[in-house]
Design a protein around this ligand. Structure first.
Ligand SMILES: Nc1ncnc2c1ncn2[C@@H]1O[C@H](COP(=O)(O)OP(=O)(O)OP(=O)(O)O)[C@@H](O)[C@H]1O
Ligand SMILES: [Mg+2]
Length: 334
């Protein structure tokens, strides 16, 4: 029979004590009671110590050591049994959290791969359809041949956009900390983005405005990445803007920091979509966004870049009134 439950331990200890008491009563009549008592006490103490150490303490210690590999306890004072159960519980909680996170990541990865293949499928099938039509005789038909080739080319552009954006995201994820920080003039950067998006804005009759209420034009950040942020946010303000609308980029003073806002008076975003906006491939109106060539990766990239600068990107929006995206950057030296 194995002595492995508190009840069995209690019975065994009671039996040992009774045995020693009987032995003491008997031997003390034959020999000096003090010598008999001392000898039996030493034997009793050794037996109890052995029992506790090898049946109980050593087993707990192995579990404890496995939990805290770095806490190699070799003497009894290192292993405080009262703390052991608290620490074991904390360890179990931590492991459970890790497991949940791993499962979440796994789901996220699966969903992400599904999204990528889904997004790539549309342009691939389009290209296949146009090529097939051309092969089936469309090539000789002057009314469609050039038109279909141009459409296939647009689908190729779309695939390139998706792949480029995915590459940017994966680079940001792997070299999260690798920012090329520098002091630069943010007003110049915004004006450059305005120049590049001027045609798009003109097509929608949207005017691009800059309001600088900060006492400095300089920020300390990664210039190229912040340029990418403005390109994404301003192009969104145009894509999801309204005819004759205004995109206003505003800079505000915050002592050693600068608050930057990109505000539009466009279609706005519903409350339920706001929390999912920065997820990869998330689009409020999938059809509208896809039509205008959106991959749904722009804001995911923006979020990555701003977080790499140890800041957060915020958004407030009202449907049919407009949206404002904001973030903070550190001011830079002139
Ligand atoms: N300023 C805005 N006003 C209204 N809706 C917006 C605005 N910016 C983004 N959105 C919504 O958020 C979605 C996600 O934006 P995001 O920039 O990530 O993707 P996208 O513009 O569709 O594609 P991409 O930027 O990759 O070309 C958009 O599809 C759109 O529905
Ligand atoms: Mg976008």
């Amino acid at each position: 029979m194995k002595i492995n439950t508190p009840l069995k331990f209690a019975i065994l200890i009671c039996l040992i004590i009774s045995f020693f008491v009987i032995l003491y009563s008997y031997l003390s009549t034959l020999f000096n009671p003090i010598i008999v008592g001392s000898a039996l006490f030493i034997i009793y103490f050794s037996a109890t110590y052995y029992l506790l150490k090898y049946q109980f303490y050593e087993k707990v210690k192995i579990i404890y050591k496995n939990i805290y590999k770095f806490k190699g306890t070799s003497n009894i004072s290192d292993l405080n049994l009262e703390n052991a159960n608290i620490e074991a519980e904390q360890w179990a909680d931590q492991k459970e959290e890790e497991l949940i996170k791993m499962k979440e990541n796994e789901n996220y990865r699966r969903e992400f791969i599904g999204n990528v293949s889904h997004e790539l499928k549309t342009p691939i099938f389009n290209i296949q359809g146009y090529i097939q039509t051309l092969i089936d005789g469309g090539l000789q038909d002057e009314n469609v041949n050039l038109k279909y080739l141009k459409r296939a080319n647009l689908s190729v552009d779309r695939m390139i956009n998706i792949v480029d954006d995915l590459e940017v995201i994966s680079q940001l994820e792997t070299d999260n900390e690798v920012l090329e920080l520098d002091n630069f003039n943010i007003v110049d950067t915004i004006n450059e983005a305005f120049d590049q998006l001027e045609m798009k804005a003109n097509n929608m009759n949207i005017s691009l405005k800059l309001t600088n209420e900060s006492n400095s034009d300089m920020v300390h950040a990664d210039r190229n990445k912040i340029q990418q942020v403005f390109m994404n946010l301003i192009s969104n303000s145009i894509k999801y803007g309204k005819d004759n609308g205004v995109t206003n980029v505003r800079l505000f003073d915050m002592s050693d920091k600068m608050l930057i806002e990109v505000a539009d008076d466009g279609i706005g975003i519903g409350e339920e979509a706001l929390s999912r906006l920065f997820e990869r491939f998330y689009r409020v109106d999938k059809n509208r966004s896809r039509e205008i060539g959106g991959t749904g990766l722009g804001l995911a990239i923006v979020k990555h870049i701003i977080e790499a600068h140890q800041q957060t990107i915020n958004v407030r929006s009202t449907v049919d009134v407009g949206s404002t995206f904001s973030f903070i950057l550190e001011k830079g030296k002139n």
